[in-house]
Design a protein around this ligand. Sequence first.
Ligand code: UDP
Length: 368
Amino acid sequence: MKILLCFGTRPEAIKMAPLYHKLKENNFEVIVSVTAQHREMLDQVLDFFDIKPDYDLDLMQPNQTLNNLSALILSKMDKVLLEVNPDLVFVHGDTTTSSMVALAAFHRGIKVAHVEAGLRTYNKHSPFPEEINRQLTGRLADIHFTPTNEATSNLVKEGISQSTIIQTGNTVIDALFWTISKIEKQNYIHPEIEELKNIIPSNKKIILVTGHRRENFGTGMNNLCEALLEVSKREDVVIVYPVHLNPNVKDVVNQLLSDKKNILLINPVSYPAFVWLMQKSFLIVSDSGGIQEEAPSLGKPVLVTRNTSERPEGVMEGFSKLVGTDKEKIINVIQELLENFNGFENKSNPYGNGNASKNIISFLQNLN
Ligand code: UDP
C-alpha cells in the first residue's frame, strides 16, 4: 500500500513522526509531503525525528492570509497527488494543511485517513480556525483514527459510520515516550538541554509557559503577561517562556516581559529540549493542545488559558484547569498550585499509552 503523509506545522510533525517510523518498519511505501505552514519550528522536528520529506512545498510567507494559504495548498498538493497517486493520504488534526490536503485528495478521488479525529468544541469561532478545519476534515475523511472515547462518540453522534472509526489513543504519547527514552540514555548529550541547564536556576520552581492561539491575540496575551509579571515577584519561581514565532505573540511578550526578574524568555526549543523542560517544570501555563495531552504522562498540572477545550478528558480528571485569560484568575490558580500541589496519584493518561501508531498499523495491515 502506498501512503502519502501530509503535514505542515510543528505539532502535526511531532504527532506524525511515530506513525512515519512505524509504517517504514512495517514495510509500507511511505511518501512525505510537508506544506511547511510553519518553517523553523517544523524543521526542528523533522531534524530530531530524522524525517526527510519527499516534497517540501515551502508555503510559509510573511503576513499570509488563511485564504491565500488554503489556495496555495490546494493547487500545490494537486500536483503532488497526481504525481504520487497514493492509495491513502494521511492528514492530522486541525490545521489549514489538514483540511485543504483532505479536500484536494477528495477532489482527486483519493481516500483520506484522519489522525486525531473527532475533537470538537462545536463553537465554530473557538478555536479559530481549528474547529472548522477539524470538522471539514472529518466530513472529507474515509478513515478516522480517534484518540479517546469522547472523540469517538462525537463522530458517532455526527453520523459517521462506526466501521470507519478506530480508537487508537493519541500518537503524541508515542512521540513523548520515544523522546524520553532517547534523552534519558546515559551518554545522550543534547546541546540545547545543556544550555538550558546552565541558564535556569536549579533551586526554583519552574513555571513553563507557551501560547499561540489566535483567539488570545490582543487582550488575552496582554492579560497573561500581566499575570506572569505578578507571579514573577515570588522569589521561589522562575518563569520559562519559549515564545512562539508568530509576531502577534512575539511582539507583545517581548514588549511586556523582556528583562524582567525571574522571567526567562527564550526562542521555541526543539522537541527533546521541550520535553526536558516539561519534566523539570512544577506547572505549565499554556493554550496548546499537545501539551494538555503530554503533561498527564509527566504528572504536571496545566493551566489552560482558554475558556473551552476540545480535550475535556484532562479537565474532567483534574490534570488540567481551564482558566481563560482573566488576569486575577490566572494569578490565583498559579498561587494555589504553588502552595498545595503534591502530584497526581498514579492516575493514567486519558490521551494514550504510547501504542497509538501500533494500533493504526494493525488496522492498516488488516485492510490488505
Ligand atoms: N513544543 C516544542 N517546543 C516548544 C514548545 C512546544 O517542541 O518550544 C511541543 C510540545 O511538546 C507539543 C507541541 O510542540 O508537542 C505543541 O505545539 P503547539 O502548542 O504549537 O500546537 P498545538 O498542540 O496547540 O496544536
